[in-house]
Design a protein around this ligand. Structure first.
Ligand SMILES: C[S@@+](CC[C@H](N)C(=O)[O-])C[C@H]1O[C@@H](n2cnc3c(N)ncnc32)[C@H](O)[C@@H]1O
Length: 285
């Protein structure tokens, strides 16, 4: 583990018991949660719907105590948390159990996907092929953003989506000093926020398509011992391209629909319910 990652591990181990206990932390977590839920269509994942039998899998990377899991839990069927801090992982698993989630549906493990050599315990099927991977407020703590995006993209299934929620650039000197005074966290922060162009480049370089960028209107207020600071949150989204096989399957199923339509006795219009030709419901909505 790099010195920088080790610094993060230690610092978040110490913070884990009080993380998300103060009102400003809870408000920040709700802001992130609402931001994701309001953008459920924009994110562009085929979310789980009751009874459809599909497994929709979320990777909550740098999961902390589980804010992202709480926000997106109702939309997916299986959640894998990963965090570098063993104490955060412990808090996550406690919270998941006490909210009635079964470990096979939501659990977290200790790990660092950005290590030079990715640990073997993160190699299994359980850690691959996600429909969506989300990093909530962790990205500015990662040493190498290019490598981080690349390693997470590798864990997505074709057409899977990567979402990053983080801060727009914030005042370096003032902020670092304030954070350092308050929590001794300055040495865990590598980047003082990100801009749209920077994020788009990172996503494109990692092979993601369909870049999306959305800035939250309401600033997040962080309260440190030396004072309060406002930061602006963004949500960035990108999609792993479909494989040639996926594209062929989509094309084939489109053809099948068309041919099916031509052969369908209803296509002569005699048996189509009112409004049926354009997929309208019979009541015209
Ligand atoms: C600010 S917290 C965010 C936690 C949570 N996602 C949330 O939204 O509340 C950042 C988290 O990133 C984790 N972290 C830092 N570096 C990491 C790395 N290289 N790999 C995995 N987790 C890391 C920390 O342990 C911490 O739990």
């Amino acid at each position: 583990m790099s010195t920088f990652s080790e610094a993060n591990r230690k610092a978040f181990n110490e913070l884990s018991e009080t993380y998300n206990t103060k009102p400003w932390q809870q408000k920040l977590s709700s802001q992130v949660s609402e931001a994701l839920q309001k953008r459920e269509d924009w994110i562009g994942v085929q979310w789980a719907t009751p009874g459809d039998g599909r497994d929709v899998r979320l990777l909550d990377y740098a999961c902390g105590t589980g804010s992202i899991t709480k926000a997106l839990g109702p939309y997916v069927t299986t959640i894998q948390g990963i965090d570098i801090s063993e104490n955060m992982v412990e808090q996550y698993n406690k919270a998941a159990l006490s909210s009635g989630m079964k470990p096979e549906n939501a659990n977290a493990v200790v790990g660092d996907l950005f290590a030079e050599k990715v640990p073997e315990h993160l190699a299994g099927e359980r850690f691959q092929g996600f429909d969506i991977a989300v990093i909530g407020l962790g990205f500015h703590h990662f040493e190498d953003p290019t490598l981080s995006v690349k390693r997470l993209v590798e864990r997505l299934k074709p057409e899977g989506v990567l979402v990053i929620v983080d801060f727009l650039p914030f005042d370096h000197d003032h902020q670092q000093a304030t954070d350092a005074d308050a929590h001794g966290m300055a040495h865990t922060i590598k980047h003082n926020g990100f801009e749209a162009g920077e994020m788009e480049k990172l996503f494109t370089k990692a092979g993601l398509e369909d870049f999306g960028w959305s800035v939250l209107a309401e600033p997040a207020t962080l309260e440190f011992e030396r004072g309060t600071v406002d930061r602006t949150l963004f949500v960035a989204r990108g999609r792993r391209p479909a494989t040639t096989w996926n594209k062929m399957m989509t094309w084939a199923s489109g053809m099948q629909d068309q041919l099916g339509g031509q052969l369908d006795p209803r296509a002569d219009g005699q048996h189509v319910p009112p409004g049926g030709h354009f997929g309208l419901r019979a009541d015209g909505t």
